[in-house]
Design a protein around this ligand. Structure first.
Ligand code: HEM
Ligand code: MG
Length: 332
């Protein structure tokens, strides 16, 4: 049986996480990395298996221990990623591309393609990664990082904060609308795009910083995480559990709606049918009744049992307000 979600650690204050037990190591042949600078860093320090393949429980433990990620947010991220792109029978998920290390695949149309797979969890208008339409959407992109620095200079006196996040998040969406005919930011992606912009100010900032220095990320540290998948030397994790706090501020700077381009640039059409940042219930309902059944139309045996269990873990963590739990595969 997939184990229940790991509880938070008993101590949730700041502490040295760039420690002797977790040395950074360069990639070895076969190690998998992907679009998430947080998970990449945890794997390169050994908080996650260094090969980049882990169970959802491993991920939750790692993001809590290494980054003090708040436990409900950690569960939402891990179980949604696992349901979308993990192997539900072996309980293994790749933090990058598809790999045989997750075990034998269930029948198509299930993809089990890892979190790099475009259009499920990964999506467009990332801050430091290009849209899949233009090439490899999983790797660090220097021109986009230069833009990240430029925005931090212009709006944050050289630091990334919620104000910078508000400007950069909006700008990346406009850039994609203007250049990517296949641009899409619907449902889950609309939610994660804002959440991730907040993570940068909440989780990548050393936990010893307080007052005006809190939620205030210097560019050397940003480069260390985004490009090198490495804690800044002597890094302390945040001083209390944190995740998407401030996403509302980033959103409010320039509110956007979910939607897509129509096959041409500058053809953006609003589409709220999959939910989004301001409508988590619709996201949940669509996820459970459309997205996952499209991958698993007719599961049986252990696969069906584990779908039911993981969907339950996701609902418990997300607890979408005024939004009853759904059971597309029954309850046991
Ligand atoms: C992006 C998954 C935890 C920071 C992403 C993306 C995925 C992902 C699939 C790609 C989205 C995209 O930009 O297209 C996960 C999962 C997590 C997790 C499954 C936990 C189980 C974390 C943590 C941090 C973090 C703990 C922070 C320390 C980020 C940031 C981005 C991102 C900043 C955006 C990168 C960019 O826009 O260039 N994550 N993540 N994530 N993640 Fe994570
Ligand atoms: Mg992306």
């Amino acid at each position: 049986l997939p184990p229940p979600p790991p509880a938070p650690p008993s101590f949730t204050g700041a502490k040295l996480v760039d420690d002797e037990d977790h040395p950074w190591m360069p990639l070895q042949s076969g190690d998998i990395r992907g679009p998430c600078p947080g998970l990449n860093t945890l794997a390169s320090h050994g908080y996650l298996p260094r090969n980049g393949v882990a169970s959802p429980s491993d991920m939750i433990k790692a993001v809590q221990e290494g980054f003090n990620m708040e436990t409900q947010a950690a569960r939402v991220a891990a179980y949604s990623a696992h349901l979308l792109e993990g192997n539900l029978v072996t309980d293994l998920l790749s933090i990058g591309g598809k790999t045989s290390l997750t075990g034998p695949d269930p029948p198509a149309p299930a993809t089990v393609a890892g979190i790099s797979n475009h259009g499920s969890f990964e999506g467009d208008a990332s801050m430091t990664r290009i849209d899949a339409f233009f090439g490899d959407h999983t790797v660090f992109n220097q021109p986009l990082f230069d833009q990240f620095v430029d925005f931090s200079n212009r709006f944050g006196n050289g630091f990334y904060n919620y104000t910078v996040g508000g400007e950069l998040r909006f700008h990346r969406i406009q850039q994609s609308i203007e250049t990517n005919p296949q641009f899409s930011i619907r449902g889950f992606r609309h939610l994660t795009a804002y959440g991730e912009a907040a993570f940068v100010a909440n989780i990548f900032v050393d936990g010893r910083k307080t007052g005006a220095d809190a939620h205030h990320l210097d560019m050397d540290s940003a480069l260390s995480f985004f490009r090198d998948m490495r804690f800044p030397q002597g890094f302390f994790r945040p001083s209390s559990p944190t995740a998407g706090e401030g996403a509302d501020i980033i959103f409010a700077a320039h509110p956007t709606q979910p939607g897509s381009n129509n096959g041409a640039v500058n053809s953006f059409v609003v589409d709220t049918s999959m939910g989004g940042l301001t409508d988590p219930c619709t996201f949940y309902v669509q996820f459970v009744s459309t997205t996952i059944p499209a991958l698993y139309p007719n599961p049986t045996g252990v696969l069906r049992r584990n779908l039911i269990i993981n969907l339950g873990f996701l609902y418990d963590a997300l607890s979408p307000p005024n939004c009853p739990q759904l059971f597309p595969y029954g309850q046991n």
